[in-house]
Write a protein that binds this ligand. Structure first.
Ligand code: UGA
Length: 440
């Protein structure tokens, strides 16, 4: 059996990996983080996070200082060091198709396995098409000199960006897909410092599916309320009050029931698409045709936002200045992957509008990805001279904007609240034309 306390490696230092490495070190483990991106490793060694994640940099720095957390680019070193290897690489959507690209996972296994010459556990945390774990388990045993001494476990991660440290240290549940009691015991030991957390022990396939099902459910819940918003728009009803009234039914609950511009980010959109693609391969595509609708409802919200903005602009964006508040896919993040806000900004730009974007932390990422747009240094700066203001990511500093102050810099007082986060009364009281999605 493995020497206690286990030494951990974390392979891949993106969102998930950087958080997992720092938090496991914080729990008292010796942790070695690995990435093939040498520049990223240099930054992490210096205590600098490549991403914006509240509270994570402190955890990173104090564990670098304690010596429990180190970083490397060497698989040989990682293999020699680790008893438990966490695989935390991304599985993005393939270009031009729905399926997930799992090649980074295969690359990790192919780089690590040839160095594994003693007993160890490799633990997959990435979100994958069901069936991936079994395939990787076979590959590991085939490529590792230690053969069946090397085992795989699957342990999906449910953290939210913006709350990554909290979610890692206080998970709702832990799901363990294991093929042996030995692997289960190691995993239970690893998470023992987290205290009382419900643990579901299951097979590989079920553990992979739990993650995909959870994200599909969340996406469905958001699209459900956005579908209600469409009906509200057609019937002059108010989706915000509808959602509030639904939320008091505990079976429904109010979380993920905010109507607005819909979901984006690196997870929900690509996960439901990859899920449909995988179900198709398995001959179960009929079971998930509703996710096509979930996706379509979500994308229609972006089109509706562009239409509303154009309507406020007087029927055309030509000669019109549009201020977009928000570039990140959600607040407390600098992540612009599949950001609904940026998608809307780019579309309006293509339709002839002069678009100026502002975001408290995602500005640099947005600038790099969309140099064709203009950027402001603050909300007021971006709104100067605007004919229409679109609030598309509900950062606290946008929610607390003073309608009078913003009104003093714009050309015309017209705003669309893309997240149903502003108080319509106070904006209308300040003589703004206030419009929102799903509200009269
Ligand atoms: C999501 C899941 O919530 C996590 O549990 C999961 O671990 C993660 O994906 C992942 O697979 O790694 P995340 O992408 O960080 O987390 O973002 P969410 O908080 O889920 O928000 C997703 C999108 O939905 C955002 O664009 C947000 O603005 C939108 N949203 C959320 C709504 O439009 N309405 C809501 O009521 C809630």
């Amino acid at each position: 059996s493995l020497p206690v306390p286990y030494r951990l490696t974390v392979l891949g230092t993106g969102y998930l990996g950087a958080t997992h490495a720092a938090c496991m070190a914080d729990l008292g483990f010796e942790v070695l983080g690995l990435d093939v991106d040498a520049a990223k490793i240099e930054r992490l060694k210096a205590g600098e996070l490549p991403i914006h994640e509240p509270g994570l940099e402190e955890v990173l720095r104090r564990n670098l200082a304690s010596g429990r957390l180190r970083f490397t680019t060497s698989y040989e070193e990682a293999a020699a060091f680790g008893d438990v290897h966490f695989v935390c690489v991304g599985t993005p959507q393939k270009k031009g198709e729905y399926a997930a690209d799992v090649s980074y996972l295969d690359a990790v296994v192919e780089s690590l396995a040839p160095h594994l010459d003693r007993e160890c556990l490799v633990v997959g945390k990435s979100t994958v098409p069901v069936g991936t774990a079994q395939r990787l388990a076979d590959k590991l045993v085939r490529l590792a000199p230690a053969g069946s001494q090397v085992e795989l476990a699957w342990n999906p991660e449910f953290l939210r960006e913006g709350f990554a440290v909290h979610d890692t240290l206080h998970p709702d549940r832990i799901v363990l897909g294991v093929a042996s009691e030995r692997a289960e015991k190691v995993m239970r030991d690893v998470y023992e410092p987290l205290g009382e957390v419900p643990i579901v022990v299951t097979d590989y396939a079920t553990s992979e599916l739990v993650k995909t099902a959870a994200n599909a459910f969340l996406a469905t819940k958001i699209s459900f309320i956005n579908a209600m918003a469409e009906v509200c728009e057609a019937s002059h009803a108010d989706v915000k009050q509808l959602s509030l009234a639904l939320s008091f039914d505990e079976r429904i609950g109010g979380k993920f029931l905010n109507a607005g511009l819909g979901f984006g980010g690196g997870c929900l959109p690509k996960d439901i698409r990859a899920f449909m693609a995988r179900a198709g391969e398995l001959g179960a595509d009929q079971a998930l045709t509703f996710l096509r609708e979930v996706d379509a409802i979500n994308m229609r919200r972006r089109a509706r936002m562009v239409d509303l903005a154009r309507e406020l602009a007087g029927g055309s964006f030509h000669g019109c200045t549009v201020c977009v508040l928000g570039a990140a896919f959600k607040p407390n993040s600098d992540d612009i992957r599949d950001s609904p806000a940026l998608d809307v900004a780019v579309t309006i730009g293509r339709q002839g509008g002069r678009v100026t974007v502002y975001d408290p932390v995602a500005l640099d990422n947005a600038r790099r990805a969309h140099p064709e747009l203009a950027y402001g240094e603050s909300a007021l700066d971006a709104a100067r001279g605007a004919n229409v203001v679109l609030m598309l990511t509900e950062w606290p500093e946008f929610v607390t904007l003073d309608p009078e102050e913003l009104g003093s810099v714009v050309e015309t007082r017209k705003i669309v609240d893309g997240r149903n986060a502003l108080d319509p009364m106070s904006w209308r009281a300040a003589a703004w034309t206030y419009r929102a999605l799903g509200r009269p």
